[in-house]
Design a protein around this ligand. Structure first.
Ligand code: F6R
Length: 259
């Protein structure tokens, strides 16, 4: 591909000159999985992310649906996380994000969409989280997990200090995460203190993991989690130990990567 250049020695790192081409590559990987599962008469079980990073991926998936007849009829999805508490119709909720950026444009069956939007009280959250994990397991686990990365190395909302054995649970949001969300919510006070997030273990058990990082603001953390030590202080660093991980970066996100 003309706009791609791949690291010569590290086969699980793909670098693209432009963010758009990285996003198209990721969308094509997802489409290929959906099509191969369709051919086998099986579900494609996707782990999905929100935020700025996957917007281009979702745009391309919508294009493939509209222009190339890609059907999502066999797709089951599980989102990584959701603020807690938040109402699903709040325009800062990840439920709202997914509807606007993907679900309302494609033919997924509503029953196949799973987002950890617990509207339950605090006393029922652990049961909600267990049910979420059980539901993933009932589909045989995630076939493909799409990840962005936080500037503090979080994946999902597994903040620094998260256990590598963690499963879906209620978490406290890190200061960096809340500061990054401040502009969207209008003020820091309005950013929720907590969220529900699938765990590091849940993510690690996906059969394929695509970590997409775009832009200069991700370059420092990408170098740290790709080349640095594996540490709970940067949860994404655990991905180094997993054979099924592929890193997809644009030029800007890769600019501090040491060879
Ligand atoms: C979102 C999620 C987060 C984001 C990360 C990067 O569902 O799980 O880990 O992927 O915070 O966010 P953006 O893409 O907005 O830079």
């Amino acid at each position: 591909m003309q706009n791609t250049y791949k690291h010569s020695t590290i086969s699980n790192l793909m670098l693209f000159k432009q963010a758009e081409h990285a996003s198209v590559f990721v969308a094509q990987e997802i489409a290929n999985l959906i099509l191969s599962k369709q051919a086998q008469g099986e579900f494609a079980v996707l782990g999905l992310a929100t935020g700025n990073t996957p917007k281009g991926v979702y745009r391309e998936l919508i294009r493939l649906h509209r222009e190339e007849n890609l059907s999502f009829g066999n797709v089951v999805s599980f989102n990584l996380d959701e603020y807690y508490p938040i109402e699903p119709d709040n325009d800062q909720s990840y439920f709202y994000f997914m509807r606007e950026h993907l679900f309302k444009h494609i033919d997924m069956k509503p029953d196949n969409i799973h987002i950890p939007h617990a509207t339950c009280g605090a006393d029922s959250i652990s049961q909600f989280c267990k049910d979420f994990e059980d539901k993933i397991a009932s589909f045989g686990g995630l076939d493909l997990q799409l990840l962005g990365i936080g500037r503090n190395g979080h994946i999902g909302f597994n903040e620094p200090g998260s256990s590598f054995d963690s499963k879906t649970r209620l978490v406290n949001l890190h200061d960096v995460t809340r500061a990054d969300a401040e502009a969207d919510f209008g003020s820091l006070e309005q950013v929720p203190q907590q969220a529900i997030s699938v765990g590091v273990q849940t993510i690690s058990q996906a059969k394929k993991i695509l970590l997409l990082a775009l832009g200069e603001r991700k370059s420092k953390i990408m170098n740290k989690v790709f080349n640095g030590e594996i540490t709970r202080e940067a949860p994404a660093s655990i991905l180094q130990s997993l054979p099924q991980v592929q890193y997809i970066l644009d030029h800007e996100a890769a600019k501090r990567m040491q060879p």
